[in-house]
Design a protein around this ligand. Structure first.
Ligand SMILES: [Zn+2]
Length: 266
């Protein structure tokens, strides 16, 4: 499977990787710098409640009920129910065919990696149907070097500024079709060839809003990547040099689920 291939390549090209990744001593100091504040940590996830933007047609998406109260029981607990694909969430490969892996089975190694941020705010502002081109990825590589294997590629469209305004975030036309930017098939193909671990976006979907066939979902999830959708404001994440920690709910058999995403800034 794709995951097995990924491990083999890692062994084969450590030298090439190390020139592109920040050296490991630097990573160690990034972790060590968290308590002192020397390393900044950005939380790219929205808090979960009943006011997040749901996919059109999803009528019930979240519910929390109090089970025990301090007054009655001496302690406080709740139960909650939510859709797997609601708020900031991860799409596991099993979400779309031919993807197979469920959220609990994603190799943990894939959940940590350098963040590659591709800024398309200008393009997205001009054209809500913008799809990331392969050329824009190559432009990023000219500036920062080849995208390292295991990277998590984030598309910064600026759409987070519309959250949680349902109308502006979904941007539906009179026929109900949504209009927001996303990855193109050619961009996804190039990123798969770079052996990245996942794709992320600050919109409702990795495919652009007007997509009818979810071609990028089929392609990228089929190649063993995961998706991060509805990421919070990424304006402070640098185009290169941040490290991501992706922590999805370990829901057995899940097609995806709520995810906490942290960006460590050097
Ligand atoms: Zn999803």
């Amino acid at each position: 499977m794709a995951a097995a291939g990924r491990f083999c390549i890692l062994v084969a090209i450590p030298a090439a990787l190390s020139t592109l990744l920040v050296p490991s001593a630097h990573h160690d100091s990034m972790l060590e710098g968290i308590p002192s504040g020397k390393t900044r940590v950005l939380d790219l996830s929205y808090a979960i409640n009943d006011k997040l933007v749901p996919w059109p047609g999803d009528e019930k998406f979240f519910e929390a009920k109090v089970n025990a109260t301090i007054e009655k029981n001496g302690y406080f607990t709740r139960s909650f129910w939510m859709l797997e694909h609601y708020g900031t969430h991860l799409d596991a490969p099993a979400h779309f065919p031919p993807g197979k892996t469920t959220v609990d089975q994603i190799p943990v190694k894939q959940l940590f990696g350098p963040a590659v941020v591709i800024d398309v705010r200008v393009e997205s502002n001009k054209d809500a149907d913008y799809q990331l081109t392969a050329t824009r990825i190559e432009d990023w590589e000219k500036k920062h070097g080849r995208i390292p294997e295991g990277a998590i590629v984030l598309l910064r469209t600026g759409w987070a500024s519309r959250w949680p305004d349902v109308e502006r975030y979904r941007n539906q036309d009179a026929k109900g079709k949504m209009h927001f930017p996303g990855f193109s098939v050619e961009a996804a193909k190039l990123l798969i060839s770079r052996r990245v671990s996942g794709l992320g976006c600050d919109t409702l979907s990795i495919d652009y809003g007007a997509s009818a066939d979810f071609a990028v979902h089929h392609l990228a999830l089929g190649a063993g990547l995961y998706h991060l959708e509805n990421l919070a404001d990424m304006s402070e994440v640098p185009e290169a040099s941040a490290v991501l920690i992706v922590a999805p709910i370990k829901l057995e058999g899940g097609s995806g689920g709520a995810v906490r995403v942290f960006a460590l800034l050097p």
